[in-house]
Structure formats: C-alpha cells, structure tokens
Design a binder for this molecule. Structure first.
Ligand code: ADP
Ligand code: MG
Length: 313
C-alpha cells in the first residue's frame, strides 16, 4: 500500500445549495469532487472516500411519507443502505470517467457498510437527532402510536421524529475495505456514518433506527485501517478560532493538545465543526499522525502544505 488517506466529504460535496438538489445536480457535484480526489491520487495517495447522507435520507423519508397510503414506509437503516448505494454509484461513475480522462490506471468500488453500535448506548434512552419532515402534532402523535417513533417539538417549527446518535464501535466490512485498498481500488465506504446495526444476544446483526455521525465513523475507519492521513473536506478552507466574530482567526497548524483546549474554550459549533474536531482528536489519540480540515477545492493544495488546518499529535 502507498500512503492511505481517508477523506470524509461533507454535504457541500454532494449538494451545492437548495436550488441544486436533483439527482443530476448531485452527480455534477460528485464529478467536481472526484476531480479533487483524482488530484490526490496523482500525488500518490490511496484514497478512501466517506460521505454524509443527511439530505438524501431526508428525501427518501419525504417520498416514503407522501406515499404512505399506497406503499410501505422505508426503515431508517434501509434509507442508509439506499443512499450508500446511490451515492457510491455516482462516485464510481465520476471517478471512472475522471481516471479515463487523465490516464490514471485505477478503479473504484463502493462497500455498503454496516457499523455496529451498542444497544445500551445512552443515546437510545434519550434520542435527540431530528430526522425527516416536520409534522403537525396530530400526525406526529399518530406515527408515534403506529410506528413507535420518538417525537419532539422542534423550535416552534413543528413536530419531528428524533432518533439516537450512538457511538460507532465496529465497522463490519472493514476487512473488505482494506482488501480493496490493497488491491489498488479507490474505496467509497462508511457512507452517512454507516448503517447502524446492533448485535442481539446471539450475536446476530440487526438494523436499528439511528444515525451515526459521519465524522466520527470516518475517524474510526481511519484509525482502524491505520490511515496515514485523515482529511475532512467541508464548506470552509480552514477552521477558525472565534468563528463568525470580529476577532475571528484561522487555524493553520495545531497540535492535539491545542485542539482539546480550543474545544474546551467553545470555539467549534456543536453539530458542525465540533464533531469534526472530536473526530480528529479521536483519530490522533488512537495513533493517527495527521489530520487536515479544508474544502474540496483545496484538497490538493492542503496536501502540499499550502492551506487548510493541519493538526498533528
Ligand atoms: P459537513 O456537511 O461538511 O459536515 P457542516 O455544516 O456540518 O459540514 O460543518 C461545516 C461548517 O462548520 C462550516 O460551514 C462552518 O459554518 C461551521 N463552523 C462552526 N464552527 C466553526 C469554526 N470554528 N471554524 C470554521 N467553521 C466552523
Ligand atoms: Mg456535518
């Protein structure tokens, strides 16, 4: 194996904005991201791509809701599998075409990935991650009754289903991913943080209605496969201190200890930059050497040390 880079691509690599959400628009965005991935490969990296799936799961749930009178609903774990397949397909096609254009002798493959979570994870007792559409109280109560949903009132905007966001513990298809990297494939895996599954008393796997944070699951994959570098590709070129404030300052380089301190000081917003920084901390604490946070267009420059937020042990 060469140097292995795990790249967690964020929502902005798949959906540019609210006006560009169709499947065709998403493919265009994936083509653009694939050009940046090809740049990384030309620098000599073996790349594993992980990605988010929040909006895509939302679309499936909305379709499923609208069709509730004529068709069965789609369980959340199945939404995860559907989106991993569909997004993986787009990456495979885009990468194949990009490699052909550049004369890169590489192939890609998607691994539909299950991620084991603990059925006793505290988040199952207190589900708080809102998913899918907003409902009237009446409809929300009905779904609670019929389908056992946990529901919550979301900031005056209506009622929503909430699910657990448990900690990822084990990547079931990890060996398959490693085998493919060793065989020279660009692998797309752990999409959407992985399909959450639990182990029952007999040790059998069972899909569960939860969502796993994609940054956290990507960090787990990166440390388990001993990736040389963990990259988080998101909407900002660099992470900042005092983000959005007049004294905002970009972070060019930082150590693990610096990042822990910045987390304590509250520089990173929960739900966006905080999970990324926690993922970076977990990667470095488990033996990873280097993590970079930047935007898709800057992946290559960041690897060349020209930009991005570089975090080392
Ligand atoms: P992704 O889809 O890539 O996971 P998120 O929206 O979850 O993207 O997280 C990226 C966002 O984090 C940025 O667009 C930015 O608005 C926000 N953010 C929060 N805190 C910071 C910070 N300290 N520095 C930079 N960006 C931050
Ligand atoms: Mg995010």
């Amino acid at each position: 194996m060469g140097k292995v880079a795990v790249v967690a691509v964020g929502g902005n690599s798949l959906i540019k904005d609210a006006k560009h959400q169709s499947v065709e628009d998403q493919y265009d965005a994936v083509c653009e991201t694939s050009r940046h991935i090809a740049d990384m490969i030309e620098l000599g990296y073996d790349v594993v791509i992980t990605h988010g799936n929040g909006p895509q799961v939302g679309f499936i749930l909305l379709r499923s809701d609208k069709a509730i009178d004529i068709l069965h609903p789609v369980p959340l774990d199945s939404c995860g599998a559907d989106t991993q397949g569909a997004i993986g397909y787009q990456f495979q096609m885009a990468l194949t075409n990009e490699f052909k254009k550049r004369g890169i002798n590489k192939k890609s493959a998607t691994v539909v990935t299950q991620v084991v979570v603990n059925k006793n994870d505290p988040s199952f007792k207190n589900p708080s991650k809102p998913i899918g559409s907003f409902y009237s109280k009446e409809v929300a109560m009905e779904r609670k009754e019929k389908e056992g949903w946990d529901i919550t009132e979301d900031a005056g905007r209506g009622w929503r289903r909430v699910v657990a966001s448990p900690i990822p513990e084990e990547i079931v298809e990890e060996d398959a991913i490693v085998t493919l990297i060793k065989a020279g494939f660009v692998v797309i895996g752990v999409g959407g943080g992985g399909i959450p599954v639990i182990r029952d008393e007999e040790g059998n796997l069972k899909g569960t209605a939860a969502v796993i944070d994609k940054d956290h699951a990507s960090a787990l994959l990166a440390s388990n496969i001993k990736a040389d570098i963990f990259m988080i590709s998101t909407a900002v070129e660099k992470a900042c201190l005092n983000y959005g404030k007049p004294d905002e300052k970009t972070i060019d380089t930082a150590t693990l200890e610096d990042i822990k301190k910045y987390i304590q000081e509250g520089h990173f917003k929960p739900g966006s930059m905080l999970p990324k920084m926690k993922a970076v901390v977990s990667f470095l604490e488990k033996g990873g050497e280097k993590a970079i946070i930047t935007c898709p267009e800057k992946l290559k420059d960041a690897l060349l040390g020209k930009t991005g937020t570089h975090i080392t042990k």
